[in-house]
Design a binder for this molecule. Structure first.
Ligand code: AMP
Ligand code: ZN
Length: 113
């Protein structure tokens, strides 16, 4: 399978890894859109949020928890941060391995662009 994020998981492609365990990986986004921009991904290859299965539900909750830990470690938890999961073309999904963006360190706009 040709997947950039699976390559990062398998250490075939470099990344600035902030956290790793048996089920998830967190690393710096290569093209940051905010002072803090980290991606949290499951090690399981799930293409989009539409592909989440019953057995994945604890994993998705765990991603959110790890995202919160990243926000705390980056010092943006109290100020606030945004979690984004893009799905398919109009949302701007470009990598089809499910990922949670952790964005913060600046004021976020609403509605989002
Ligand atoms: P999305 O548009 O939601 O699919 O987000 C994909 C994200 O992956 C973008 O923010 C990219 O900058 C980021 N990205 C793509 N390739 C890499 C990479 N090799 N290392 C880190 N981040 C990446
Ligand atoms: Zn993948």
């Amino acid at each position: 399978m040709n997947c950039i994020f699976c390559d990062i998981i398998m250490k075939k492609r470099p990344a600035k890894i902030l956290y790793e365990d048996d089920s998830v990986l967190a690393f710096e986004d290569i093209n940051p859109q905010a002072p803090v921009h980290v991606l949290v991904i499951p090690k399981k290859h799930i293409p989009t949020s539409l592909d989440i299965e019953e057995e994945d539900l604890p994993l998705i909750g765990y991603l959110c928890r790890i995202a919160g830990n990243i926000a705390r470690e980056k010092g943006i938890a109290e100020r606030g941060f945004r979690l984004v999961m893009n799905c398919n073309r109009e949302a701007g999904q470009t990598v089809f391995h499910l990922h949670l963006h952790v964005l913060g360190g600046r004021g976020m706009h609403w509605p989002p662009g």
